[in-house]
Structures are given as C-alpha cells and as structure tokens.
Design a protein around this ligand. Structure first.
Ligand SMILES: [Zn+2]
Length: 199
C-alpha cells in the first residue's frame, strides 16, 4: 500500500504557532515520525511525504504529486487553533466515505485529553466552517483524511501534543486508522495478496 503523508504548510505558509515553534515545523517532524513508525509496522508499505523540507507547496500541487505517485491513502497533518482556550481535541476531516471511516477510527482512538465527545470525522465542504480543511483535501484520487492533531491554543492540549507520550499516542491512533483501511482492502480483495486470490 502506498501512503502519502502531507505535512501541512511550509515555507512562507507557516500555519499557527505551536508553543515556540511554527505549525509547519511541527507537522513535518510529526509526519517524519509517522513515516518511520509505519515502516516499522509495515515493511512493505511505500510511504511518501508531500515535502521533506521547509518548502512552500500549494494545495493543488500536493494533490497532483499524490495522484501521479499512485497513492492509496492520503493523511494530511495539521495543528488546530481557536480564539477560545478551552476548545480542544483531535479532529479529522474527510471528503469521501472511506476517509470518513478512517477519520472516525482515528478520532475514536485519540488519547484521553484529546478525545472529543463526538468521535465522528467531519465532512469537509467548500462553503462552511470546514472550508480550510476542504481546500487541503480536495483533488485527491485516493481516500484522504485531514488530521488536526490538537489545539495549540489550548494549554493542556499543547502540553500533551508536544510531549513524547502524547506524540506516541497520536501516532498510534493514526496507525490504527490506517490499519483499519489496510484490513478492509485485504478482506475486500483489493490488495494483491488479498483473500479473494484463494477463491
Ligand atoms: Zn494547518
């Protein structure tokens, strides 16, 4: 399976402040950790990043790279912010049914402290409060999930999100979502070594 990881922002597009670093720096570090973890769990996965450096790439190019590469799944990584410091939690956004299933799984597996009361992925649309998420995940051929890992504007979220145990727990939640997708592909016979081969 080919997994395309998209660390949000980059270059002049810095994103929000995550403690004393910028979102673009945080998302790249997190996506790199996720890539390494996936390689440890799934030796046969191909994992690519939309950017390996602090470079500016617009959203249509990110999608074009993934489509040309033949991604089977896209995970876009961001950090959230809100004017109210008490708003928190890990949120996922989708535009397709498979993305909805994976995003809901990730939200359901989110660590305590980042788990929201509603653990259902949000449908991203071009014309409402989800439009920023929509702009990041439109145009992909593969199922896509945008993960807003935590709210940097929420002090306890920020502490958890920048700690090692918190980072590991968020990585674990995302890997469980990816594993659900891998399992579904296998049992639907859509993977080359899927069970349909044995019919
Ligand atoms: Zn962002």
């Amino acid at each position: 399976m080919r997994v395309y990881l998209d660390p949000g922002h980059g270059g002049r597009n810095t994103g929000t402040k995550v403690g004393n670093i910028q979102e673009k720096t945080y998302t790249l570090a997190f996506a790199t950790k996720l890539k390494n973890a996936l390689h440890n769990f799934y030796k046969d996965f191909d994992v690519a990043l939309s950017r390996e450096q602090d470079s500016y790439i617009n959203n249509p190019d990110r999608a074009r790279f993934a489509n040309e590469w033949g991604a089977d799944l896209v995970i876009s990584i961001h950090v959230n912010a809100h004017q109210r410091a008490d708003v928190g939690g890990l949120m996922c956004f989708h535009v397709d049914a498979v993305g909805e299933e994976i995003g809901s799984k990730i939200m359901d597996c989110a660590p305590r402290g980042l788990k929201r009361t509603k653990s259902k992925s949000y449908l991203a649309q071009s014309d409402d409060w989800t439009k920023d998420a929509y702009a990041c995940i439109e145009g992909y051929n593969a199922p896509v999930v945008l993960v807003e890992l935590f709210f940097a504007s929420n002090p306890s979220n920020l502490k958890q999100g920048t700690s090692r145990p918190g980072t590991n727990a968020m990585l674990s939640a995302i890997i469980q979502g990816i594993t659900l997708h891998e399992t579904n592909l296998y049992f639907n016979g859509k993977l080359e070594d899927g069970i349909d081969k044995f019919k």
